[in-house]
Design a protein around this ligand. Structure first.
Ligand code: ADP
Length: 268
């Protein structure tokens, strides 16, 4: 597969990477949209097979700064798949009950069943991002979590779950424009959250926290892909490509007829 993602260097914050890049893609917006549309059918077919086979599962982790485009990506990439085989789990501010358990407690129960694709809209990574940046727990507590997360994802992978983790990377200027658009457009205003403005002030801390989280949890069994996401059409194309490529590798098969010969079956 051509690389349609960015590679994080060994040091430095996430925003050392160009969020407007289109790595591995030569065409323009309409080419990308056409390519994404064409892959949608392949995705639908592969997802149908995965569901019918019922042996493997796929977990897609989506992380981004506010306005990074997680919701739009889910809408545009997953249009046309069978909703029976896809779950979306959103992870917002933890409830009192969730906070009274370990941070993976609320996450594990949403891991995909065999045959399913599950999308995490935010995830356990919030517990080393927002939690770290806002000092919601002390450093000795969050810094151990990279080890837990690697082990947790290893457990899922060993049990038949393929994992893809996407960081949708926008830059600070793009976020300003998108926040402003939410204020200006009455149809988008419901998405505006004062809390996002507060978090924006911590931009540099987030960029460091993201970079460390990605470096420390990028593993062969649960790889990270940093997707330049200023251009929505490239973001959708890149994620679709990685997704379809991965499902092809997983090669799900329709199961054979179980214990009967279809030609022996007669009914009126
Ligand atoms: P989104 O911004 O993804 O559309 P929401 O508006 O519901 O969704 O925001 C979810 C908020 O919950 C985000 O600000 C996120 O940082 C926060 N959040 C998620 N997980 C945690 C966590 N473990 N601890 C504290 N805050 C969290």
């Amino acid at each position: 597969m051509d690389h349609c993602w960015l590679t994080l260097p060994e040091q430095g914050p996430l925003d050392g990477l160009d969020a407007s890049a289109t790595p591995g893609f030569e065409g323009d917006k309409s080419d990308a949209k056409a390519a994404t549309r064409a892959m949608r059918e392949q995705l639908a077919d592969l997802q149908h097979r995965l569901f019918a086979e019922g042996r493997q599962s796929l977990l897609i982790v989506l992380q981004a700064m506010d306005t990074g485009g997680k919701d739009g990506l889910i809408r545009r990439v997953f249009t046309g798949v069978n909703p029976n085989g896809v779950d979306v789990a959103r992870f917002g501010r933890p409830s009192a009950e969730e906070l009274s358990h370990d941070y993976l407690w609320r996450v594990h129960r949403h891991a995909p069943a065999r045959g399913m694709i599950t999308i995490f809209n935010r995830s356990h990574y919030e517990d080393v991002l927002v939690v770290r940046v806002n000092e919601l727990v002390a450093e000795p507590v969050w810094s151990q979590r990279f080890d837990h997360i690697r082990a947790f994802e290893r457990l899922l992978a060993d049990e038949g779950c393929r994992i893809l983790k996407f960081c949708l990377h926008i830059d600070r200027d793009e976020q300003r424009e998108r926040l402003q658009a939410r204020l200006d457009d009455p149809d988008k205003r419901w998405k505006f959250d004062q809390h996002d403005i507060e978090q924006r002030r911590h931009w540099d801390d987030y960029m460091l926290a993201y970079a460390e989280a990605i470096r420390r949890t990028d593993t062969p069994w649960a790889p990270w892909f940093v997707i330049p996401a200023n251009r929505k059409w490239f973001r959708d194309y890149a994620v679709m490509r990685i997704l379809v490529g991965t499902l092809r590798e997983m090669d799900p098969q329709y199961p054979p007829a179980d214990g009967f010969d279809p030609s022996d079956i007669h009914f009126d």
